[in-house]
Design a protein around this ligand. Sequence first.
Ligand code: C2E
Ligand code: MG
Ligand code: MG
Ligand code: MG
Length: 289
Amino acid sequence: SAKDAGRGRQAFYQPAMREAADQRRRLEQDLNEALARGQLSVLYQPIVSSKTYEVEAYEALLRWKHPEHGFISPEIFIPIAEDAGLINRIGNWVLRSACETAMQWPEHVKLAVNLSSLQVESDGLAATVISALSASGLPAARLELEVTESVFLRHGDSTKNMLERLRAIGVELALDDFGTGYSSLGYLHRADFAKIKIDRTFVRAAVDGWQEGVAVIEAIVSLANSLGMATTAEGIESEFERDEMVRLGCTQLQGYYFGRPARHERAVRQADKAKFAADTENMKYVDTR
Ligand code: C2E
Ligand code: MG
Ligand code: MG
Ligand code: MG
């Protein structure tokens, strides 16, 4: 019974956990006001062609500057937003503001936006995407939506439906953090993915000389090629890593080596092809957070 479950839980309830729970509740309350108080912002990180090193897209990455705690990682506050029922409101805001920003970039540069699994489960997502596109004027074909394998863990059919509705709008889908989750190859067929993003743990493993890491990337790349999907290697931090991922056949590269997530003014300048030459020295710039 619920009573038994409650009693069971109480046995483990230590002061440290209570403290953590209190802190989380406070963060939930703070997050509820963060949007209205202008504490949320979006940074943009370049994704480059592995052939020319030119920017093909920017990924929108959310930041929360908490008045006391400073910057809090999205790895921490996105799950809080999900629990607190705030993820749709925040996700809508990210979509709208990122689509507006992307309108300032050259037309060939795409925008990638992360979606939480809860957003994909929400029936209003398609309407939200349509309205973000029409409010900004961004063509659907310039928007890529990134989801992780976790979208497939619940509500199989409604997820599949929503991903199809998004494709019908004309946006592209990317499977993010591939290799970290269940990595069932079957997931690749559950939706019309244009791209697989290979998680940086595999990139790191491969360049650290872990041969299985190399084998995993080779397998993902060859599978993606045969399914007509692009591959983005995440977390490229050095020239060596860049060269390895080019050698392994990844079609796009992303990581601190090419650019840290930065405020959009800087991203706009970087997206200017003339300034973003294929000279790697010019690609490094400091984070302005
Ligand atoms: P992600 O979508 O896999 O984004 C890539 C993460 O790797 C980003 O972390 C990025 O800053 C980081 N990264 C990029 N290049 C490098 C590198 O060379 N080295 C290392 N060590 N890290 C690199 P970030 O910005 O902290 O975001 C973490 C995660 O939070 C994202 O992972 C994404 O899952 C989630 N997230 C971020 N923004 C949003 C959002 O607007 N909505 C949702 N639902 N999730 C978001
Ligand atoms: Mg992502
Ligand atoms: Mg990722
Ligand atoms: Mg991630």
